[in-house]
Design a protein around this ligand. Structure first.
Ligand code: SF4
Length: 252
């Protein structure tokens, strides 16, 4: 691999060319080898952020099978489907893990009082910033590595995702970490096959036509053959990402 033993200590100084070289090295490894590398280099300063969709569940399951005790978190906006909350409890029980829920500063009632009711209908960018991006930003400040389930096949905004990226999550303070996307090259069918082979719990909404599942007000069904898995999110708005992977910061 060519990773130096001092890699973890050098995160704060890692520059884009170096990270790209490390990412290219990781491309040649299996998923298990990638996860083991991350654990060896970063331990618990790397954490899995999951919205409990298929790829995230694959990462959680493989990590447990390999005995890699990464911390796990999810962003609970207060607007998730009840099926997603049930799935969280099922995954915790099945894998014997705790998934930390990150909450927005404001309750829905407080947000409605300040910005008006159903902000997502008028300004989804602001709503996502308040309910997803800011809680996540706070969490990322504690970490060296954010492990995600991003896959290139999910849609145009994700088609160039690298296995490892240098990610600025706070432009004002010029703070960044490494974003680790070990399943970047996995197609949807491979994820599905893995979940089925290991009898892992799945969100029942998946079989009802929801290919990408976020907050209830902003998630819609798609036909089974839809090319863009995320086209059912924020239907009617020129918006394809909540900002967690885009607005929040950028790969630099
Ligand atoms: S997905 Fe919709 S409801 Fe959820 S935080 Fe974003 S705009 Fe608000």
């Amino acid at each position: 691999m060519g990773f130096t033993p001092s890699f973890a200590e050098s995160v704060a100084d890692a520059q884009l060319p170096e990270v790209r070289a490390w990412s290219a090295g990781l491309e040649t490894l299996s998923l298990d080898e990638r996860l083991a590398w991350c654990w060896q280099e970063f331990g618990k300063s790397a954490a899995v952020g999951t919205s409990l969709q298929g790829a995230g569940l694959v990462i959680l399951h493989r990590s447990r099978e390999l005995g890699l005790d990464f911390p796990v978190f999810t962003v609970d906006t207060g607007l998730l489907f009840s099926e997603t909350l049930t799935l969280k409890a099922q995954v915790e029980q099945r894998l014997g893990i705790q998934i930390e829920s990150l909450h927005p500063e404001q309750t829905l009632a407080e947000q409605a009082a300040e910005y008006g009711a159903e902000l997502w209908k008028r300004s989804p960018d602001l709503c996502c910033t308040l309910r997803k991006v800011l809680p996540l930003q706070k969490k990322l400040a504690e970490l060296d590595v954010w492990i995600t389930g991003l896959r290139r096949e999910q849609g145009p905004t994700r088609s160039k995702v690298g296995i490892l990226e240098r990610y600025e999550f706070d432009r004002l303070r010029e703070q960044y970490l490494l974003k680790f996307n070990p399943l970047a090259g996995w197609p949807r069918e491979r994820v599905r096959a893995y979940l089925k082979a290991h009898n892992l719990p799945m969100n029942p909404l998946k079989s009802q036509g929801y290919t990408s599942i976020g907050c209830q007000p902003c998630t819609h069904k798609l036909p089974p053959d839809a090319a863009n898995e995320r086209a059912g999110r924020w239907t009617g708005f020129d918006k394809t990402e909540c900002g967690i992977h885009t607005f929040l910061g950028e790969n630099i």
